[in-house]
Design a protein around this ligand. Structure first.
Ligand code: AMP
Ligand code: ZN
Length: 474
C-alpha cells in the first residue's frame, strides 16, 4: 500500500511499525460550536483510512483530540456567561451526535487538552531546560532558530518562511516565527498554575504532549489532519518533539485538502459554512459520505447542491444494482463459473485503487464499471458469482462507511400477501387465465407496485421511482 507522505512529498510504500497494530493520531475539533461540512470532509476521510486499514486486518489505535481550551472557547464562555467546561462539554456531546450520524467510527480515545496539563507543563519544562524555549514575562516561546530542521514538513527553509511570513512581529519574541507554548493569563480568562505563573497551553503543545503521553514517546505510524495544519501546527509539533532528540514523531504525515464553497475554503471565520446538522436535514448520511469521498483527498472538493444531487443519483444507481444482486442470490444454479474470474478482477482493481494512496475517487469509478458488467451478465451468474459480486459491494460499503447491510438495504419490506398475489398471478398466467392475472396486476398497481415479467418470474418495482423492490421467481 502506498501513502503520499507530506514530509517527503512523495508516495511511499507503507511500512507499519508493528505487525498488527497501527497507531494513528488525527487532530480533532476545537469544541466551541457545531462542526461544519468542511471539517467533516477531513474526519470522514480519516475514518475511511481507518476502515481500510481494518479491512486489511490491522487493529487501529485511532486517537483524536478535542481542543477544549482556546481563545474561541473562552470568548464563547464569556459571551454566554458559562465556564469553558460547560461550553466544551456541550460541544463534545454535539460532536458525537453529528459524527455518529455520519457513521464516523468513534476514536479509540478522544483526549481533552485540559486533562493533559501536567504532561504539557513537563514538555515545556524540558524544552526550557534544553534551551529550546524561553520565557518572557509569563509567556513561554519555542525558539525556532534552535531547531535546525524547522520547516521540513512545510518544505521551506527558515529564510523563505521568514520572508513569506505574515506573522506580526511581537516585540517580546526573539524571532517572528517563534511560537507560544504557554500563554500568560489575561483578565477574566481561566488559567492554570505553572512554573511560569498562571496561564494556559498553546495549541501546538497540546497535540504533541498527548501523542507523547499516549504512545509512550514512540514514533507513530500516521499523523493526519487538514492541509491548513501543515504549517504551522504540525511543523511546530515536530519541532517540539524532535528538538529534544526524541524519536521521529510520525512516519507518515497525511493531509486532506479543503472542502470549498464558492471557491473559498469553508471556514467559520469566513462565514461561508454549513454545519453538518444543516446538511443532514437535507441529505442522507450515506449521500454525504459518498460525496465527500468521491474526490481524491488531496484535491479540493467544492460543495454545492448540484454536486450533492449528482452524488445522490450515483449512489442510488449503486444501491439499485446491489439490491438486484441480493435479490437474485439464490436463483441461478449454473455449474460453470463463467464470470468468476472477471468478477475477481474487478475486486482486485477496486482494492488496487485503495492501495494507491486511498484513491477513493478511482475506486468508485471501478464500482461503476462493475455495475455495467453486472447489468449485462448478473442474470446469468451462478450462486458463487453472485456471492462474490455481493462481496465487492459489501467491502465497498464497509470501507466507505455506507450503511447497506444485507438487512439494511433501503428497499421496502414487502408484505407476504403482496408476494402471494404476485405468485398467484404467475400461476394464473401459466394456466393462461390472463383476465385473472391482469386483474391482479392492476390491483397491485393501485397499491404502488409495478410488475415487470422476467424469465421465470416477476420483478416488483416502486411506482414512484421505478426502483426494484423485490423479485419473485417461480
Ligand atoms: P478546526 O476545528 O478548525 O481545528 O478543524 C478541525 C479539522 O478540520 C482540522 O483537521 C482542519 O484542518 C479540518 N478543516 C477545517 N476546515 C476544513 C475545510 N474547509 N475542508 C477540509 N478540512 C477542513
Ligand atoms: Zn493537532
Amino acid at each position: 500500500m502506498k501513502i503520499f507522505n507530506t514530509l517527503t512529498r512523495s508516495k511511499e510504500e507503507f511500512k507499519p511499525i508493528n505487525k498488527d497494530i497501527i497507531n494513528m493520531y488525527v487532530c480533532g475539533p476545537t469544541v466551541y460550536d457545531l462542526f461544519h461540512i468542511g471539517n467533516a470532509r477531513t474526519f470522514i476521510f480519516f475514518d475511511c483510512v481507518r476502515r481500510y486499514l481494518e479491512y486489511k486486518g490491522y487493529s487501529v489505535n485511532f486517537i483524536q483530540n478535542f481542543t477544549d481550551i482556546d481563545d474561541k472557547i473562552i470568548n464563547k464562555s464569556l459571551q454566554e456567561n458559562k465556564t469553558i467546561y460547560e461550553i466544551s462539554d456541550k460541544y463534545i456531546e454535539e460532536y458525537y451526535i453529528d459524527s455518529d450520524s455520519l457513521n464516523i467510527k468513534r476514536a479509540t480515545q478522544n483526549p481533552r487538552a485540559t486533562d493533559y496539563l501536567n504532561e504539557i507543563i513537563e514538555l515545556i519544562s524540558e524544552l526550557m531546560d534544553n534551551r529550546f524555549a524561553y520565557e518572557i514575562d509569563g509567556n513561554v516561546y519555542f525558539s525556532i532558530r534552535e531547531f535546525r530542521s524547522y520547516g521540513k514538513l512545510f518544505g521551506q527553509d527558515l529564510n523563505t518562511l521568514k520572508s513569506g511570513s505574515r506573522i506580526k512581529i511581537n516585540e517580546n519574541k526573539k524571532d517572528a516565527l517563534d511560537f507560544i507554548l504557554w500563554k500568560k493569563n489575561k483578565g477574566e480568562e481561566p488559567g492554570y498554575n505553572s512554573p511560569w505563573g498562571v496561564g494556559r497551553p498553546g495549541w501546538h503543545t497540546e497535540c504533541c504532549s498527548m501523542i507523547y503521553k499516549y504512545f509512550d514517546g514512540n514514533t507513530i505510524d500516521i499523523h493526519g489532519g487538514g492541509m491548513d495544519l501543515i504549517f504551522p501546527h504540525h511543523e511546530n509539533e515536530i519541532a517540539q518533539i524532535e528538538a529534544l532528540g526524541n524519536k521521529k514523531l510520525a512516519n507518515y504525515w497525511m493531509h486532506c485538502s479543503f472542502l470549498n464553497m464558492n471557491n473559498e475554503k469553508m471556514s467559520k471565520s469566513l462565514g461561508n459554512f454549513l454545519t453538518v446538522r444543516e446538511v443532514l436535514n437535507v441529505y442522507n448520511p450515506n449521500v454525504i459520505r459518498f460525496f465527500l469521498l468521491s474526490v481524491h483527498y488531496r484535491n479540493n472538493i467544492s460543495f454545492s447542491n448540484l454536486h450533492m444531487e449528482s452524488a445522490k443519483k450515483s449512489l442510488a444507481r449503486i444501491k439499485k444494482s446491489y439490491v438486484n444482486l441480493i435479490n437474485i442470490k439464490s436463483c441461478n444454479n449454473a455449474d460453470s463459473d463463467n464470470y468468476l474470474d472477471e468478477i475477481k478482477k474487478y475486486y482486485a482493481k477496486f482494492i488496487n485503487k485503495m492501495e494507491d494512496d486511498f484513491n477513493t475517487s478511482d475506486a468508485i469509478s471501478v464500482i461503476f464499471e462493475f455495475i455495467k458488467y453486472i447489468n449485462r451478465f448478473a442474470n446469468s451468474f451462478n450462486r458463487l458469482e453472485v456471492m462474490e459480486s455481493i462481496k465487492i459491494f459489501k467491502n465497498f460499503f464497509d470501507i466507505f462507511g455506507l450503511e447497506y447491510g444485507d438487512n439494511n438495504v433501503d428497499c421496502k419490506n414487502l408484505e407476504d400477501d403482496i408476494k402471494d398475489m404476485v405468485i398467484q398471478r404467475l400461476e394464473f398466467k401459466q394456466k393462461r387465465q390472463f383476465d385473472k392475472s391482469d386483474l391482479i396486476r392492476s390491483e397491485l398497481e393501485k397499491k404502488g407496485y409495478i410488475l415487470e415479467d422476467i424469465k421465470g418470474g416477476t420483478r416488483i418495482l416502486d411506482t414512484n421511482d421505478n426502483n426494484l423492490i423485490y423479485t419473485v421467481l417461480l
